[in-house]
Design a protein around this ligand. Structure first.
Ligand code: HEM
Length: 263
């Protein structure tokens, strides 16, 4: 107890945490409201909505994968060279000569696969709990944007090793874009950065992969979390009155929720 006082009762601690040590419900609320990162999260969440078997933590796991991708991706950027002559060999040297290089590369790859899987499962959970319905319909649309961004991040990363797999993947991708009606030719040139695959293509996709798409994803994810808060927190199951558990029936009958129903 005295050690805690020593840490929290001084000017330095209070200059960072203005509300002091969060030892009351009010102070805990203030911590969330006053924090840049935490205030994206709802202050009060019904216990039932955060039950593991309701959300399965899948949105949280999606963002966790993104965090792993960012950390390992920055590590890879120290060694990767986005040039058609050196890209492949810089990836080979990551596997053979850089300490923890192969581990970091594998972490990055597996986290990318897992992020696609988690986002798809999260979307499935949202669908099966009916959470896409008003007032959460706009957040569903934001979610679709996140799904597309996740796919684009995967696809642009696929090109970077500049091996046969990458070369033919971008060929297929650019051809698919090229077959779009009316604007096909322009799309094809935009994707390749010219008329054929080369340095302009690599630098274009590299910039998309390491800067543009991750930044955009961070902005859109922030909107997504903000909307969860603004749309009345995570959805909760709606029961016909007679089938509702006791706790819900009390609420439906208008009695105020007990404090311990909120997490
Ligand atoms: C980068 C991708 C994504 C991340 C990091 C993310 C993260 C989250 C988180 C943390 C929550 C809080 C509840 C939970 O964990 O289930 C949430 C809720 C929600 N997400 Fe996502 N999400 C992503 C993609 C999507 C997609 C693809 C959709 C659907 C198209 C979607 C639709 C929603 C909706 C409608 C809610 C509110 C659900 C409710 O209130 O029950 N999200 N998301």
């Amino acid at each position: 107890m005295r050690l805690r006082d020593l840490i929290v009762n001084n000017r330095f601690f209070k200059s960072i945490y203005r509300t002091g040590y969060p030892d009351t419900a009010r102070k805990r609320v203030m911590v969330v409201i006053n924090s840049l990162a935490l205030h994206l999260h709802p202050v009060r969440v019904p216990k039932r909505a955060v039950r593991v078997t309701y959300t399965w933590g899948l949105g949280g796991l999606s963002i966790f994968m993104f965090v792993i991708l960012t950390i390992t991706g920055v590590f890879l950027m120290f060694y990767y060279v986005p040039s058609v002559r050196e890209a492949y060999w810089s990836v080979v040297s990551l596997d053979t000569s850089v300490m923890m290089g192969q581990f970091m590369r594998n972490m990055h790859r597996w986290a990318a696969h897992m992020m696609v899987l988690m986002v798809l499962l999260h979307m499935t959970r949202v669908f099966y709990t009916g959470s896409y319905k008003p007032p959460r319909d706009f957040n569903w649309v934001i979610g679709i944007v996140l799904l597309v961004l996740t796919m684009l991040l995967s696809f642009t990363g696929y090109l970077l090793p500049w091996d046969q797999l990458a070369y033919w993947a971008i060929t297929v991708g650019a051809e698919m874009g090229g077959s779009a009606p009316f604007v096909g030719k322009q799309v094809n040139i935009a994707l390749l950065g010219g008329f054929e695959i080369g340095q302009a293509t690599l630098i274009r996709w590299y910039t998309l992969h390491v800067i543009f798409l991750p930044l955009l994803l961070i902005v859109v994810v922030s909107m997504h979390f903000w909307r969860v808060r603004k749309d009345g927190n995570i959805s909760t199951p709606i029961y016909p009155a007679e089938a509702a558990p006791e706790e819900v029936r009390r609420r439906l009958q208008g009695s105020a929720p007990a404090n311990d129903e909120m997490a």
